[in-house]
Design a protein around this ligand. Structure first.
Ligand code: NAP
Ligand code: MG
Length: 499
């Protein structure tokens, strides 16, 4: 467990993993009612990091009831918005003050390079919390004119936006701390209470965030954190009658299951699902930038990004140059444990995920795709997969159609704007796309035609708390971030007064 190789993580991160981690229910850290535990695994060594409590149905029930009591409690429901804002700002300060520890834990648990965990995951979380804190004091309804035809009567009508209530929030393993913040911050800003379930592969930073939430002074029960598998802990949470809304990020398959189950009791539901996002490089683009951008779009976070640029389309005349450039970058990347100092590409999150990705690579080969670089596991220990580039995949190739969630790119040429619009949209997903070009007319024409929740131009994978984020088609339902996130966690109440 506490081996010398963890020295780069720092003392505070090592202290956190020195003991078993428990569930946060009603302001207390508790064991699972039935005492069950499971292991957090280091994906670079396949070794155990520490034990975690595994929440069962009794724990889910206690957490939901605690969140319900906290929601109805006047300490929370009648708290001034400015005081909720202050709590979120306090939490942001605490996260910032614990940057080293949180980055160390995230790097260890997910396998991501430490410097990226620090900049993207922890700093991104601080910025997100501060942004959402501001929304606490800016929730607003509308006043409306009415035309009700009753003689000699006048009316006054307005709407209120009120917190939905108790929300179940289920998050994936690719950006565990940031996803916890994306879920919790808007819910807390508007006055909801929450039960958060991190992915079983990556619980550490969510649990540390739970401690910081307590330290910031949020009342007991406002945030509850349950660790355990999706099929048991997650499913029990989704099915619980005490939940008013479910917010989920993860695979499209599980998202559909959750959506269907939510409909049984008409729980509100928002879904942030998978993608197969195209990166489109026109011949007139700044090719050096576009090639580096295309490599970053797929290899960032080992390709475990819902908006990963996993389909590369380059205009015919520059296709060979673009593919060679991306392949050269892939070959140059230094693979290693996230916490090793010179690592550029870490392991995948789990053995299961590595096997999935390797299976996709085999399928790609079997279906006639050509591997330009990569195409195999890296080393014999840890869940490392070589960054891989495919060409010559047919339009129905599995690697072109399904979300792989690993460092695997499929490159294809295109000829015209009509051609590329059709290719880009030839997918069941619609999360994001990027266009690399200096031709404004081409960019605008294509942007309008692409069916995706985000279109980046001359950049990829950039997010900002103020920008709505979500998917067309099977990439999801609803938009997170910005003002849209406030709508996700509030209901509209119409008030009509005869005066
Ligand atoms: P997943 O199975 O959809 O898991 C996402 C979250 O849902 C996890 O917390 C998971 O818990 C939970 N969950 C799973 N089954 C559930 C159920 N029946 N009821 C309630 N909650 C449930 O995704 P994954 O296994 O982590 O990854 C599989 C694939 O999902 C990836 O290869 C990728 O294609 C996609 N993915 C997409 C995103 C995204 O941001 N869009 C992120 C991650 C993964 P446990 O993990 O603890 O079982
Ligand atoms: Mg892990």
């Amino acid at each position: 467990m506490q081996t010398a190789q963890y020295s780069a993580l720092g003392e505070a991160a090592r202290r956190f993993i020195a003991e078993k981690r428990r569930l946060l229910i009603d302001g207390q850290w508790v064991d699972a009612a039935d005492g069950k535990t499971f292991a957090a695994i280091d994906p670079a060594t396949e070794g155990e990091i520490c034990q975690l409590a595994e929440a069962g149905p009794d724990d889910v029930d206690r957490a939901v009831k605690a969140a319900r009591r906290a929601f109805e409690d006047s300490k929370w429901s009648r708290m001034r918005p400015a005081d909720r804002e202050r709590l979120l700002l306090k939490l942001a300060d605490l996260v910032e003050a614990n940057t080293d520890q949180l980055a160390g834990l995230e790097s260890l648990d997910v396998g991501k390079p430490l410097f990226l965990a620090r900049i993207i995951d922890v700093h991104g979380t601080v910025e997100f919390l501060r942004y959402m804190a501001g929304w606490a004091t800016k929730v607003e309804g509308r006043t409306l004119d009415v035309s009700i035809g009753i003689p000699n009567a006048e009316f006054q009508a307005y709407t209120l936006r009120q917190p939905i209530g108790v929300v179940a929030q289920i998050i994936p393993w690719n950006f565990p701390l940031a996803m916890a913040a994306w879920k919790l911050a808007p819910a807390l800003a508007v006055g909801c209470t929450a039960v958060l379930k991190p992915a079983e592969q990556t619980c550490l930073t969510a649990l540390r965030l739970g401690e910081l939430i307590q330290e910031a002074g949020f009342p007991a029960g406002v945030v509850n954190i349950l660790t355990g598998p999706g099929e048991t802990t997650g499913a029990a949470l989704v099915a619980h009658p005490g939940i008013d809304k479910i917010a989920f990020t993860g695979s499209t398959g599980v998202g559909k299951l959750i959506g269907k189950s939510a409909m049984d009791s008409l729980k509100r539901v928002s879904l942030e699902l998978g993608g197969k996002s195209p990166v489109i490089i026109a011949a007139d683009a700044d090719l050096d930038q576009a090639i580096q951008g295309a490599a970053d779009a797929i290899f960032f976070n080992q390709g475990q990004v819902c908006t990963a640029g996993s389909r590369l389309y380059a205009e015919q005349s520059v296709f060979d140059r673009v593919v060679a450039g991306v392949a050269d970058i892939a070959k140059s990347l230094k693979l290693g444990a996230g916490y090793a100092p010179d690592t550029q590409l870490g392991p995948l999150v789990s053995g299961e995920q590595m096997e999935r990705v390797l299976h996709y690579i085999d399928t790609g080969r079997r279906e006639g795709g050509e591997v330009v670089t990569g195409g195999a596991r890296h080393g014999g220990q840890g869940y490392f997969v070589q960054p891989t580039v495919f060409t010559n995949c047919g339009p129905n190739a599995t690697v072109l159609r399904e979300e792989i969630f690993g460092p695997v790119l499929v490159a294809s040429p295109y000829r015209s704007v009509d051609d590329i619009a059709a290719l880009a949209n030839d997918t069941s997903y619609g999360l994001a796309a990027s266009i690399w070009s200096n031709n404004l007319s081409f960019v605008h024409r294509l942007t309008k035609r692409i069916k995706a929740g985000t279109v980046w131009v001359n950049c990829h994978n950039f997010v900002d708390p103020n920008l709505p984020f979500g998917g067309f088609k099977q990439s999801g339902l609803g938009r997170e971030n910005g003002r849209d996130a406030i709508d996700l966690y509030t209901e509209t109440k119409t008030v009509l007064m005869k005066i």
